[in-house]
Design a protein around this ligand. Sequence first.
Ligand code: SF4
Length: 183
Amino acid sequence: MRKVLLHACCAPCAAYPVNLLKNEGYEPVVYFYNPNIFPKDEHDLRLDEIIKYSKKESFALVYEPYSPDDFENIARGLENEPEKGKRCEKCILLRLNKTAQKACELKIKYFTSALTISPHKISKMIFEAGEFAAKSSGIEFLKYDFKKRDGFKIAQQIARQNNMYKQNYCGCKYSIRANEQQS
Ligand code: SF4
């Protein structure tokens, strides 16, 4: 079976893409590298949830230790950018570049991202980052727009059925602020 490294930021976002990829004949290996998540407790909570779900659903999971400096370095000067702006572009590229590198290291020929499941993310931005990361690594980025065909709705249902922890902000400290301003 063809393996694909699926970057994911949390269990609710990973669950539906894992199912879809399996149905399409891939063997997904989930990759959790999210130095953007703030604070560390939140990072660890999302990681624990995805570890639990990977055991329940028997899929492979690879994860990295928390490395907030990776994110701080690329976000410097972009603190006041709105969500979906330049900070997000860099944040997504950071995570997909690392995913591509990890796929090469693991000898996995394909990678993709569960980030496209979110209605708050621009799929085109994710595809461009994925293709850029693919170019420098020589492997293939699969352009799955997971929110299509009711993907987001199904993901919400799976999260509810499994009683998953669901955060109410994207991940970085700036997205906590944006969420507070909206509520
Ligand atoms: S809002 Fe989300 S995608 Fe944008 S920089 Fe923050 S964590 Fe990254």
